[in-house]
Design a protein around this ligand. Structure first.
Ligand code: PLP
Length: 396
């Protein structure tokens, strides 16, 4: 099947919910992917911040292949070793003391929302059910995660959504304080709003959120689905604020491309998911957990957090430079952290993204006017130069 045939089949067979680029990717290695016509692309998106070790990392592949020969899946009526080891590793590497494993970011956020409500229910406050979220946020497409998503365009035609969600401007502590009331259970926020356009909160915001939550007896749910796993230069973005959430959700890069998600919680919050209150058939799948264990090990062993910080600094410098050049006159703002960057344009980003693809590079649109870059943490400076070169030509 070539690209044209793939596109034709896609138009015929899929529900038309994605705006797909007219290529089918058939192979990937490191920072590069190849389409069905044999053309190579520099992948500056990594499956949207997912393939953080690059495509088909040989050691993750080897670990997964070995696990495939042992056991793929058990029910959660028994234990499997990779899921136990992963849960232990995640607790060693974060504030989390309890782990719920699932398959996606939305599912991790559903667990977090239930955790928050059940925590207050168990503490004798069943009235505390409301969740304060941010305008412009993105937490996923299931109804609960969607109810927490502060982008009305995603709510259209699918209501009624679960009740009890309110929205405040992202980064504004005064507005957050005013929104908190006696029925509030939790505040749910991204450390950087990725999907909403790579919006970075002002310094001190998350620490302020922690303080407000402590004062009001609320939980802070940190959605690190996109920012976690080293994307911003530390394993978890919250670390950079010296403030620790009560619940954190992960997915995307956790399995380097295999579907896996997790909700981590402190001991006292995690205890609220008592037997029978939550579950997922595939949650803790042995193959996905094996991939995640390998990813965590390689990030640490290969110093990829430092590599991310260095590469991020280099990329930021090149993007700011691009903004000052004639081709950069359409760039309104360059924003991001680590290896998650957004070029805010004075126009729709989709044509620029399409032009990048024609020129041999994959990026995507976040928030309509923003071109998002989220390459693998193993990206080389020469590849970042290549990316800036393509962006320059695409903008011109
Ligand atoms: N939360 C954040 C911050 C995300 O960026 C995303 C996906 O982009 C999600 C949740 C939803 O994750 P998934 O698509 O795996 O359900």
């Amino acid at each position: 099947m070539n690209n044209a045939e793939a596109v034709e089949l896609g138009h015929r067979a899929f529900t038309p919910n994605y705006k797909q680029q007219p290529i089918a990717i058939v192979r990937g290695q490191g920072l590069y992917v190849w389409d069905a016509d044999g053309r190579r692309y520099l992948d500056m998106l990594g499956g949207i911040a997912t393939c953080a070790l690059g495509h088909c990392h040989p050691e993750v592949t080897r670990a997964v292949k070995a696990q495939l020969d042992k056991i793929w899946h058990t029910s959660n009526g028994v234990y499997n070793l990779p899921s136990l080891q992963l849960a232990e590793r995640l607790t060693q590497l974060s504030f989390g003391q309890r782990v719920f494993l699932c398959n996606s970011g939305a599912e991790a956020n559903e667990a977090a929302l239930k955790l928050a409500r059940r925590f207050h229910f168990a503490a004798g406050h069943p009235e505390r059910v409301e969740i304060v979220c941010a305008e412009g946020s993105f937490h996923g497409r299931t109804l609960g995660a969607l109810a927490a998503t502060g982008q009305p365009k995603y709510h259209q035609g699918v209501g009624p959504l679960p009740a009890g969600f309110s929205f405040v401007p992202y980064g504004n502590l005064d507005a957050l304080q005013k929104a908190i009331g006696p029925k509030t259970a939790a505040v749910m926020l991204e450390a950087i709003q990725g999907e909403g356009g790579v919006r970075v909160a002002p310094n001190g915001y998350l620490a302020g959120v922690r303080k407000l939550c402590d004062e009001a007896g609320l939980l802070w749910i940190a959605d690190e689905v996109q920012t976690g796993m080293g994307r911003t230069g530390t394993l978890w973005a919250y670390e950079q604020e010296g403030a620790t959430p009560d619940v954190m959700t992960l997915a995307k890069a956790l399995g380097n491309g295999l579907p896996i998600g997790a909700a981590l919680a402190t001991e006292k919050v995690g205890a609220a998911l008592t037997p029978g209150t939550h579950a997922s058939t595939f949650g803790g799948n042995a193959v996905a957990c094996t991939a995640a264990l390998a990813v965590l090990e390689i990030i640490e062993r290969d110093g990829l957090l430092e590599a991310c910080r260095d590469a991020g600094e280099y990329l930021a410098g090149r993007l700011y430079e691009l903004r000052r050049r004639p081709a950069g006159d359409k760039i309104v703002e360059v924003r991001g952290r680590g290896l998650l960057w957004g070029l805010v344009l004075d126009r729709e980003a989709a044509p620029v993204v399409a032009r990048c693809r024609e020129l041999g590079m994959i990026v995507n649109v976040a928030g309509e006017k923003v071109v998002r870059l989220a390459p693998a943490l193993i990206v080389e400076p020469t590849q970042l130069d290549e990316a800036v070169d393509v962006l320059t030509r695409a903008l011109a």
